[in-house]
Structure formats: structure tokens, C-alpha cells
Design a protein around this ligand. Structure first.
Ligand code: GLY
Length: 423
């Protein structure tokens, strides 16, 4: 099977790495990819938001399957363009990707499907936003209705900060904000594969969204993750499938916009039970980096089944009895303005350590073909071990080998995962 992966991040590097270990995968291509992905796949400098260009490339390389990684190409209809060219695509249609593309749409689907979530108020003016903040009180939760690369949500006790975020979101033409009750309790990510009808869960993971240790500082795209979650209830996955994933997938099919791809269910384990914090229409980053190393079933066949309506015929997924922890190395300044073009060294030394591999995100090669940083999140260092403590030790041993001037990372990823939930 020949597979084309669309995207540039560590999530796509994790997908390509897992696909490269599938014996049925004979050729890997990426558009546009990154230098790390380039070690495993042929790179093609194609605009990932241009559906026709991606479909043309898929045709040219004879791809049997196109896997669309990030949300922006999905919302732009790249999976639709690939399917229209007669090629199997893993990733929802633009219409179904609205589950991530619009928070208000997702809330509407959840209400129709009876999915537990915080009650929302949708505001289109600053006065409505202000009234919403007062209706719910602190801590205030303000979400940009549209895509915002992980920076659309502000949770704060400071009313002025909440209102300022609402004003910033509403300044964009035609925009809305969603204001809702704060959901207490630890958060969990569960990825559910669907072909539009059937649904198959992967294993839960937890990510660390705030930039600094102790969950301090602003939200980021994610600074680290781990899996499994020893503290999570044993019936968690069954409950999420019964109360969230299956009703949502059924509701999307009922609306005539079946959801085929991966439904990322972001959950809070609140004192009142589980509640959906958000849906995304793609794999999470960095959670994918810790879920895929645990999957024993070859990934290519699984994604192909989801893309071709045959998930129901797929044998049960098999999982390794292993734990995984990833730590993100970010550029100085991230999640604000970052210093790019900094030299990166030590990746080979990190990967020489047992259980360690390094995934690229914001990397590039300079004119002398040296590896340099080119974005906010630069690398995901992954440690895999027979338990979380060993996986964590491996990940941080890898991080310690890598040098990137002005970089920063969190030191507390999975630090107390064995003791109880990290919130
Ligand atoms: N880790 C959060 C996300 O992928 O949106």
C-alpha cells in the first residue's frame, strides 16, 4: 500500500513512523512534511491547504490512501478533494470537520445527541459576551468559535482578561465566541476511529496544555503527554463510547454528514461525571506521539479500513503492554513570538538511548543543510518503557541530550501519573 500523509508536525512524523513499521506499507510520501519525516518518506512541496494540489499529488504517486493530519486542511476540504479523485482518504469531509471548525456547531451536535458537556452561550457582540461571563461567573471560559491553532481558549479568573479575549476573537469578521461553565477535574483525550458508521477507540492519553510546570502560564498546542492513565476508571473507554462517541457519530450520519476519520474526544472527569470539553476532527498533538507506540496492530490497515467503510470487519486492535511519555521542546518565546533559525544538535545521541525516539515539528535545514528550528514546538522526544516511570526517565534522558539555544520544556510531564490524576 502506498500512503501519502498531509501535514508538517510531530503528529504527522508519529503517523509516518508508525506507518513505516507496517509491513503492508510499501511507499510513504508526505506533503509537505519536515526534515524528520523526510528520513522515512518522500517529501513533496505541496500546499497542504490546496485540495486539488494534494489530490493531483496523490494521483501522481499512485497513493492508495491519503492521511490528512491537521485540522486546517480538513476544514478546507482536502479529504473531499482526494475522495472526489477516487482515492481513499483518512479524514472527515469539510462538513463533518465542522465538529472542530465551529465550537457552536459541536455544541449543537452534542445537544442533539444527548452528549454531556458544559452548557454554552454563543455571543456575537461584546455585550452578549459580557453578559455570558456574568451568567457563569469565575473561572471564566471563553472559546473562539473557529480554528485558532490551540490558542483559541482562555480559562481565567480575571474577568478583564476573559473579556479582552472575547473582544480579540470578535474583532475577526463574522466571528463568534462560546462562553461556558468551567469544568473541574482532570482532562483526558480519547481518539475514536470511525468510518461514518462503526467506531473503534484507541487508548486514552493526557496532555499538558499550559506552558510551564505546575500547569502555569498560557495555553499552548500541548507541551507533553503520556499514556496509559493508571488512575482512570477501568470503564472509562466504554462509557465514552456509549455516552459520547457513538451518539455523536450517529447524529452526524443522521444529518447526512457522516464523520469518517478520527474523532478526538477531549473530556473532563468532573465531580459530576464525565463532560466533553471539546471535539477535534483529527489526531491530537502531542497525544498521538504516545498512543501510536503502544499500538501493536499495523497502522496502515487500520486507517485504510476507516477510510473505506470497513472498520466493522477489522479484527480487534492489539496493544503493547508498554507505556509512553513525550516531552515537547519548544523555541524560546513560545507560545508567543518565537526565535527561529536556532541550531539543533544531539538528536542522534538521544535516539541512541534505549526506548527513545525523536519526532520533528518546527524544524528545517539551513543553506548548509544543518538542522535548525523553524517554529514554536520544535521536537517531541518520546520515551517508551515497560512502565510510566521508565518511559518518563527515557524521555527526559533524551531531552537532556538535545541542545537548542533558548529552548524550553516542561519538567513535570507524567511526574505523578502513577499517584493519581494530574490536573
Ligand atoms: N493536544 C491538543 C490538541 O491536539 O488539540
Amino acid at each position: 500500500m502506498k500512503i501519502l500523509v498531509v501535514g508538517t508536525g510531530a503528529r504527522e512524523h508519529a503517523l509516518v513512523r508508525a506507518l513505516s513499521l507496517d509491513p503492508t506499507v510499501t511507499e510513504l510520501h508526505a506533503a509537505p512534511g519536515n526534515p524528520g519525516i523526510g528520513a522515512l518518506a518522500q517529501l513533496h512541496p505541496v500546499d497542504q491547504l490546496d485540495g486539488n494540489a494534494v489530490a493531483d499529488l496523490a494521483r501522481r504517486v499512485g497513493a492508495d490512501l491519503v492521511v490528512v493530519g491537521p485540522e486546517a486542511p480538513l476544514v478546507a476540504g482536502v479529504a473531499d478533494a482526494v475522495r472526489a479523485a477516487g482515492i481513499a482518504a483518512f479524514g472527515p469531509s469539510a462538513a463533518a470537520a465542522q465538529l472542530e471548525g465551529s465550537k457552536a456547531f459541536a455544541k449543537d451536535v452534542m445537544a442533539a445527541a444527548g452528549v454531556p458537556t458544559a452548557e454554552p452561550r454563543v455571543a456575537t457582540t461584546i455585550d452578549e459576551a459580557s453578559a455570558g461571563l456574568d451568567a457563569f461567573g469565575a473561572p471564566y471560559v471563553v472559546k473562539d468559535d473557529g480554528l485558532a491553532a490551540g490558542k483559541g481558549v482562555v480559562v481565567t479568573n480575571d474577568r478583564a482578561e476573559a473579556l479582552a479575549h472575547a473582544a480579540e476573537c470578535l474583532a475577526k469578521p463574522g466571528s463568534r465566541v462560546v462562553i461556558e461553565d468551567y469544568l473541574d477535574g482532570p482532562e483526558i483525550s480519547l481518539f475514536v476511529l470511525s468510518d461514518g458508521v462503526d467506531a473503534v477507540p484507541l487508548v486514552p492519553a493526557q496532555d499538558f496544555k499550559r506552558v510551564r510546570d505546575g500547569d502555569e502560564g498560557p495555553n499552548t498546542g500541548g507541551m507533553g503527554a503520556y499514556s496509559p492513565l493508571p488512575w482512570a476508571p477501568l470503564d472509562l473507554v466504554d462509557e465514552v463510547m456509549a455516552r459520547v462517541a457513538r451518539p455523536t457519530i450517529a447524529e452526524m450520519a443522521r444529518r447526512g454528514t457522516p464523520f469518517a476519520g478520527v474523532l478526538y474526544v477531549g473530556l473532563a472527569m468532573t465531580s459530576k461525571g464525565l463532560r466533553v470539553v471539546e471535539f477535534n476532527a483529527r489526531f491530537g498533538d502531542p497525544e498521538t506521539q504516545v498512543v501510536l507506540p503502544r499500538l501493536a496492530t499495523p497502522l496502515g490497515g487500520v486507517l485504510y479500513a476507516a477510510a473505506t467503510g470497513t472498520l466493522g470487519a477489522l479484527p480487534s486492535l492489539e496493544w503493547r503492554d508498554a507505556s509512553a511519555v513525550t516531552v515537547v521542546i519548544a523555541s524560546g518565546g513560545y507560545p508567543g513570538a518565537v526565535r527561529s533559525g536556532q541550531p539543533i544538535t544531539g538528536i542522534e545521541d538521544a535516539e541512541a538511548l534505549p526506548g527513545v525516539h525523536v519526532l520533528h515539528a518546527g524544524t528545517a535545514t539551513d543553506d548548509d543543510r544543518h538542522l535548525v528550528s523553524s517554529g514554536g514546538r520544535v521536537l517531541s522526544v518520546v520515551g517508551v518503557g515497560s512502565n510510566l516511570a521508565l518511559a518518563r526517565a527515557a524521555a527526559y534522558a533524551g531531552v537532556n541530550q538535545i541542545d537548542l539555544p533558548h529552548a524550553h520544556h516542561r519538567n513535570d510531564i507524567a511526574a505523578s501519573a502513577g499517584d493519581g490524576p494530574l490536573v
